[in-house]
Design a protein. Sequence first.
Length: 128
Amino acid sequence: MAEKQTYFNPSWMISNEFFWLRPVDKDRTMAACSLCKNFNGSAKTFALSCMGVKALRSHADGAKHRENAKAYKIARSNPLELHLTHSDKSTPGQNSTGRPKSTHELSNTILIVSKYYFIKELWKSLVL
């Protein structure tokens, strides 16, 4: 006996659990995640197979998705929150003692700002 194929159910998108869920054009056996992006910036897609909601939960349990969901929730709760460390709240180029920042401190600041802009762009893509 052949396994039944699961098709995308638009009612899944109503659930707060699957706020990130999007349909895939021209393929009802696939779903897309608006939080997880491919290398080209398009939404990550995955097969529903015969799993239905379990396929959605399986995707949501992935480490990358959980990381992206956490960043989304931070951006949504306070889009300007950078979660800077004490030394990063100082004057640019100087640490909290007024001395020039070390290369390590500067690279951490750049990383934090880069993550902020990634979250900001992700937020804009989800809101539009």
